[in-house]
Design a protein around this ligand. Structure first.
Ligand code: 5GP
Length: 218
């Protein structure tokens, strides 16, 4: 058997964590440095922040556009977060997984719970979920303040939601206790590389030959 005798379906890597956990930066950094991974750009009704580009950071939609896409079944999951709608379009996920590319999704705990309930075997088999846990509440406050992108009212709402989100870490396959960006990326890469090697994810193109060898007593 040769390495070229194997192929695999892509992973669906769901990453959650409170605001300020660094999950978006982590997903972006990994997908930019790894040829087999891609970042699923979400759709949202929230207004773009300074420097954010449509189609790169988010697909920015009006409430009407978002609702019409939900009605047409365009979303793999969607949820209301911080008073706005956020959702993952099926078009950002399905074809990639089928083609053997790993999809990284940065979504909230409600979205992650919906993905876990998805009945499609393609999604169920591809799923790996990871929670990014900031080391302390003080650290979240410091990271949010440093970001400087939210008003005081938005900061308060994100901190309130962060406390609620952090209670969900046990529902995830893996929890990364956040350290430096480099440490988090190294741990994240180890998890994904391990998951890529799991036997049940591999498809042998010569499976028949192996069974035949087995029958011959090898
Ligand atoms: P932000 O507005 O700070 O970019 O994101 C706010 C929250 O929405 C974050 O917790 C982020 O993970 C979550 N989020 C982003 N995209 C999606 C999505 O497609 N679905 C869900 N359920 N949550 C999302």
């Amino acid at each position: 058997m040769n390495p070229s005798d194997f192929k695999r379906r892509g992973l669906l890597c769901v990453v959650s964590g409170p605001a300020g956990s660094g999950k978006t930066t982590l997903c972006r950094a990994f997908s930019e440095s790894d040829a087999e991974a891609t970042y699923a750009v979400s759709a949202t009704t929230r207004a773009p922040r300074k420097g954010e580009a449509d189609g790169h950071d988010y697909h920015f939609l009006t409430r009407g556009e978002f609702e019409s896409r939900t009605t047409r079944g365009g979303f793999l999951e969607w949820a209301e977060v911080h008073k706005n709608y956020y959702g993952t379009l099926k078009s950002e996920v399905i074809d990639h997984i089928e083609a053997g590319r790993d999809v990284l999704m940065d979504i909230d705990v409600q979205g992650a719970a919906l993905i876990r309930k998805n009945a499609d075997p393609l999604i169920r088999e591809a799923l790996v979920d990871i929670f990014i846990l900031p080391p302390s509440e003080d650290e979240i406050i410091a990271r949010l303040r440093n970001r400087g992108t939210e008003s005081q009212a938005e900061l308060d709402l994100r901190l309130h939601n962060a406390r609620k989100e952090m209670r969900h870490w046990r529902e995830y396959d893996y929890t990364i206790i956040s350290g430096t960006k480099q440490e988090d990326l190294a741990t994240f890469s180890s998890i994904l590389n391990g998951e890529r090697c799991r036997s049940h994810r591999l498809i042998s193109k010569t499976e028949g030959d192996v069974e035949e060898q087995g029958e011959l007593g090898m």
